[in-house]
Design a protein around this ligand. Sequence first.
Ligand SMILES: Cc1cc2nc3c(=O)[nH]c(=O)nc-3n(C[C@H](O)[C@H](O)[C@H](O)COP(=O)(O)OP(=O)(O)OC[C@H]3O[C@@H](n4cnc5c(N)ncnc54)[C@H](O)[C@@H]3O)c2cc1C
Length: 373
Amino acid sequence: MGLGPSLLDREDVHVVIVGGGYAGIQLARNLKNKARFTLIDPKEMLYHNVGAVRSCTEPGFAKKILIPYAPTFGENFKQGAVTGINAAGKTVLLASGETVKYSHLVLATGSTGAFPFNLPDGMTTEAEVVKKSEGVLELVKEAKKFAIIGGGAVGTEIAAEIATDYKDKEVTLIHTREVLVDAESSEAFQKRLKHILKGLGVKLVLGERVTNLDQLPTDRVETVTVMTDKGTEISADLVIPCTGLKVNSMAYKDSLASSMEDNGSLKVNNFFEVQGTEGIYAIGDCTNIPETKMAYRAGMHADLLAKNILAEETGGTKKEYKPDPFMMTISLGRKAGMGQKGTTLLPEFMVRMLKSRDMMAWKSWRDMGQSAP
Ligand SMILES: Cc1cc2nc3c(=O)[nH]c(=O)nc-3n(C[C@H](O)[C@H](O)[C@H](O)COP(=O)(O)OP(=O)(O)OC[C@H]3O[C@@H](n4cnc5c(N)ncnc54)[C@H](O)[C@@H]3O)c2cc1C
């Protein structure tokens, strides 16, 4: 591709990456020492949310999933929240009032959801996250009967996590469908998964929708009755909602409204170019690419976009993104895990080693080029 220091010296190339999640850091890593870039995020650190469920059961684990940006990206990292884009002037506006000029703008603002699975806006320091995590650990320790609402990957993982570490507590997982984790998972996956969950003592209420979630407290231990549309009543003293994430469109909702889907995601083509714009790209969870949103896919978007930007600037050829076959791994507590690639189940010992042991925190520390504490 003819990469080399010459592109780094070019003042007219400045890639601005908005969002330092899995997509943003992977793009930044790919551009390091190859092209000028600035990575912008309101937080001082990457939140490895793949490991968030373990922070609910293991004291001190929260620190292991917070990885500071500065040692990895130095002056290429700017702490701040982007609040607007001037596409004509090729600048982004930060909440501080500062503007940053770009030649290529990459939006990687991901999604938002409830703590601890995602960090709320305004929670930007390691100290704040660690403190809040300690509160969650205490709630989990105190509660006796858990109602986990939503049996996607996160709900299933947290149910298994609690059931593994607290054998004396009751855990009920309630899900609207019969299929847990992901609709693309195979029958064999479902059978084995349900067998493992039942072995851990997790009660499954499947094919039922919770009707009173709005009235249930989720921030304290209090005995309540969770009700479903099929008339089932579940007594619980800690309710943990794990129901869907929302696209985080704060950076672009006012500037790129006509390029957005109704859910806030950005319409992109197979080169990650945002529809109706020039020099603006989107990768990761904030795109409308029809595939299950996953960290490893966000990384794949970033790898390809980096290659394409470098190719474009050095006379190479750009490649189109083609989603890979389905792949997923889930931890089922620290001692079990499952995965599927295509239609094949992955060896469970491999998932245990790679994921369940430390929720892949090792990978994020390695990717950031730092040693875990
Ligand atoms: C609990 C949990 C467990 C998961 N487990 C797995 C798993 O095991 N495997 C897997 O592949 N996927 C997993 N996922 C999905 C995965 O986390 C997402 O697909 C992934 O985070 C998407 O990465 P992203 O970079 O697109 O967005 P995000 O990781 O959401 O990052 C977006 C970043 O943008 C920043 N940002 C937002 N708005 C602005 C703004 N206005 N200005 C500047 N910065 C901004 C945010 O601060 C954040 O750092 C899990 C998700 C959750 C919630």
